[in-house]
Design a binder for this molecule. Structure first.
Ligand SMILES: *Cc1c(COP(=O)(O)O)cnc(C)c1O
Length: 450
């Protein structure tokens, strides 16, 4: 017997041949990146650390951007289109009349959506003669993706990994090394920024901000080297739209269209990837779909932050971006969803939040792991702690539909699996998980830019 609507078709035709760029469709123009003195950062300045084609994508007003055939082939070889699955056993366990579908990015080789942009970035760098890429990584999901992308396109990759993670989370470091990347604990002796810190404090545990400073300094000093970023920027978000474009075609084949689209937000790339192709319809008045973006209460940029200019990194090295921020100096409590601890959010997503198109919600990590465990026991997949935020919001939407007896269709992004994040599950199962959230958010130190 064939059960209708459990699994959408997965063929080459499902993978799109163009990315969707939301810039020309935004309800208001995107404020430009600025320097601390207020001057606008020029594309030329960005080309010091990024290849020209990615800077062009960053500011492009073309709605559709061709995916190069060579890259599209690699997407197919690595397992795209990813499955769109129906969580039927979860629906039954909740007793909801709602249908719950999820796009599963965890089947990709490094276990999350991040490889989608890593491959694109490696491709364009290779095309423009870059020999070597640098980046930073905290937990290691982004570093793993870039390490694999470097291996596939013949680029050297150096990953500055926050020292505490390097020592305490060896498995993702080993993943990166297996792909041939050079992983150095940050602060490192390879950069001035690193040496300065090590001189004063040889046991400094490092931070994402220090690692970013080192990766950028390395790229600026070596002419054959560029820097690579895994979220927040427009070119990164648009590479991820293959997720939503595939989901649209897969749902269409099942005769479905989502009433609610849900995803977890760190910098915003996996959520934008799933949601923007559907927001395209809503902005044209063709749907009334709700869009729910989920963040942790521990790092509540969208729900408690302010919309203003802030640095992209904790060290204040990058241009200032106008976005919802809780301040680059904010140090979030050490929750297990490391990928959601970012202080800001993608500027395009901020505009959609301001215009009431995307609704932000925030959850505690105990309720996140409860939802993730329930999902694992019904659907079999152990979600990444980041992705579990989307699972929790999908469950809540399904329970609300049950209360109102509404047969809605829910779509969420399961951005990655949690098989390298078992410490969080261990703490949850042993009752050791703690919740924490900032009491107040101080932004008085931020530059005052309009
Ligand atoms: C990095 C990561 C995130 C958060 O980053 P976004 O840019 O907001 O997508 C979410 N889920 C997983 C599995 C990640 O690795």
């Amino acid at each position: 017997m064939v059960i209708q609507g459990l699994r959408a078709p997965q063929t080459e035709d499902i993978l799109p041949d163009k990315w969707y760029n939301i810039l020309p469709d935004l309800p208001e123009p995107l404020p430009p990146p600025r320097n601390p003195d207020g001057s606008i950062v020029s594309p030329k300045e960005l080309e010091a650390i990024f290849p020209r084609s990615l800077v062009e994508q960053e500011i492009s007003t073309e709605r559709w951007i061709e995916i190069p055939e060579e890259l599209r082939t690699i997407y197919l070889e690595l397992g795209r289109p990813t499955p769109l699955l129906r969580a039927r056993r979860l629906e039954e366990a909740l007793g909801t009349p709602a249908k719950i579908y999820f796009k599963y990015e965890g089947v990709l080789p490094t276990g999350s959506h991040k490889i989608n942009t890593a491959l694109a970035q490696a491709y364009y760098n290779k095309l423009e003669g870059t020999k070597r890429l640098t980046t930073e990584t905290g937990a290691g999901q982004w570093g793993s993706a870039l390490a694999l992308a470097g291996a596939m396109f013949g680029l050297k990759v150096r990953v500055y990994m926050v020292r505490v993670s390097y020592e305490q989370k060896p498995y993702r470091r080993i993943v990166m090394q297996t792909y041939g990347a050079e992983v150095v604990p940050s602060p490192s002796p390879y950069t001035e920024a690193g040496r300065r810190i090590l001189e004063q404090d040889p046991d400094n545990p490092g931070s994402l901000g220090i690692a970013i400073s080192e990766a950028i300094e390395d790229a600026l000093k070596n002419p054959d080297t560029k820097y690579s970023l895994g979220s927040v920027l427009n070119h990164v978000l648009l590479h991820q739209t293959i997720i939503g474009l595939e989901a649209k075609r897969q749902l269409e084949a099942l005769g479905e269209y989502p009433d609610v689209v849900i995803g977890a937000v760190g910098g915003g790339s996996n959520y934008a990837g799933l949601a923007y192709p559907f927001i395209y319809d809503r902005l044209r008045g063709k749907s009334e779909t709700r869009f729910i973006a989920v963040e942790p209460r521990a790092a509540p940029s969208m729900t408690r932050g302010e919309y203003r200019y802030d640095f992209g990194d904790t060290a204040g090295m990058t241009p200032l971006l106008k976005m919802h921020t809780i301040g680059h100096r904010f140090v979030p409590p050490p929750i297990h969803a490391g990928g959601l601890r970012y202080h800001g959010v993608a500027p395009t997503l901020s505009i959609l939040v301001n215009n009431g198109i995307v609704e932000p919600v925030a959850y505690r990590q105990t309720e996140i792991f409860e939802a993730a465990t329930f999902f694992a026991r019904t659907e079999g997949i152990i979600p990444a702690p980041e992705s579990a935020h989307a699972v929790k919001a999908a469950i809540d939407a399904a329970l609300e539909a049950k209360k109102r007896n509404e047969k809605i269709t829910i779509l969420f992004n399961l951005s990655g699996h949690g098989l390298l994040d078992l410490k969080g599950y261990q703490d949850y199962l042993e009752g050791k998980l703690r919740d924490a959230e900032p009491e107040k958010i101080d932004l008085s130190y931020l530059p005052k830019l309009e």
